[in-house]
Design a protein around this ligand. Structure first.
Ligand code: PEP
Ligand code: MN
Length: 370
């Protein structure tokens, strides 16, 4: 089914028509709060690379009691922001009623939130409400790391004769606490990009980061992976924003950021080769980063086992268990075209590091006894 969308250059017509000399920048507050706030931010964004002004009107909150958005009233403020600044506008729609109101107020781009993409019923309702529209629709990844669910939503829109589509990568929810609010899981977006190279891909660093200080590095990784743009939450007074305060940046920070980001966007064969190479190198960097993270996690568990063995007076080295692991990994390695020799070398090194860790746990315990 997805095949119908593959190699469809026209998926990016809407972006090409914008004729931008830089990646697409969508910016604006998490939520529209007051008319004055909307207009202040929109005017400040005129000094940046932003082409599209974003503001949430209806806010999906994980728990009730937080600010749930100003509602339809805010759509008038968006209209006014567009008239005064010439920026295109975008807001999140989460049901057919939102779609109706957004269309009536001439919102240019509609985005589908992460909590909506998880539900095929709601996605279908929205796709039906938008049937045949020439509005641009951007679909955020679902909250859970599931590429099919994400693509399924894109496909429902495509089947509903909505040709101007794009996707927004906003990271994935995990139970485990990491440095991110939502784990990027870059490989999911890379897989999507490999399958649909013409579907515009936009990064939402704000919801991945959940904090200001790593927005720049996230945007740089996305540009190195050849993303088409970014949607950055921007507020004139971030600390006092009514929602997502800790992750919003000022228009001035955004302006400086777009100056500092490295962009590879020249034309020509040699450049195309370099772009491809750089994209693949970034893919490798992403995986290397994951490898180290996983090894770190593995060693933490080894530490805990070391402590358990010590408390129970069991020897650190247990050859039977080690041989079992090795046998299993050699077989798994074969499935991934990895030679036995390679697996042996890697696992010997990992095993040695685990033993060193466990010895360290032992020594610490002994030291504290003295
Ligand atoms: C937002 O963009 O403000 C938002 C609610 O995003 P998400 O759907 O990615 O959580
Ligand atoms: Mn937000």
């Amino acid at each position: 089914m997805y095949l119908k969308m593959e190699n469809k250059k026209e998926l990016r017509n809407w972006l090409d028509k914008m004729n931008l000399s830089h990646p697409l920048v969508i910016a604006g507050p998490c939520s529209a709060e007051t008319e004055e706030q909307v207009l202040t931010i929109a005017h400040a964004l005129k000094e940046t690379d932003a082409t599209v002004f974003r503001a949430g009107i209806w806010k999906p909150r994980t728990r009730p009691g937080n600010f749930e958005g100003v509602g339809a009233l805010g759509l008038k403020w968006l209209q006014r922001a567009k008239e005064e600044t010439g920026l295109l506008t975008t807001t999140e729609v989460a049901n057919a009623h939102h779609v109706d109101l957004a269309l009536k107020h001439d919102v240019d781009i509609l985005w589908i939130g992460a909590r909506t993409t998880v539900s095929p019923f709601i996605i279908q309702e929205i796709a039906d409400a938008l049937k045949g529209t020439d509005k641009i629709c951007l679909i955020k990844n679902p909250v859970n790391p599931d590429l099919s669910l994400w693509l399924g939503a894109v496909e429902r829109f495509y089947k509903s004769d909505i040709p101007n589509l794009g996707v927004i990568h906003r990271g994935f929810s995990t139970y485990e606490k990491t440095r991110y609010r939502n784990n990027p899981e870059w490989q999911i977006a890379i897989d999507l990009q490999n399958r649909f190279p013409d579907l515009p891909l936009i990064l939402d660093p704000s919801h991945i980061a959940g904090r200001r200080d790593i927005i720049f590095e996230l945007c740089q990784t996305a540009l190195d992976l050849n993303y088409d743009g970014m949607m950055v939450e921007t507020h004139h007074d971030p600390d006092n924003a009514w929602s997502d305060a800790s992750q919003q940046i000022t228009p001035e920070t955004l302006r400086q950021m777009t100056v500092d980001l490295r962009i590879r966007k020249e034309e020509g064969d040699a450049v195309e080769f370099k772009n491809k190479l750089a994209t693949m190198r970034t893919q490798i960097d992403v995986i290397d980063h994951q490898l180290i993270e996983m090894l770190g996690k593995r060693m933490k568990i080894a530490d805990a086992i070391g402590k358990l063995k010590l408390d129970n007076n069991v020897a650190i080295l247990q050859s039977k268990r080690w041989n079992e692991i090795l046998g299993r990994m050699i077989l798994e390695g074969e499935e991934h075209q990895l030679s036995e020799e390679f697996i042996l070398r890697i696992y010997k090194a990992i095993h040695q590091e685990s033993i060193n860790h466990q010895k360290k746990v032992n020594n610490l315990k002994e030291e504290s006894l003295h």
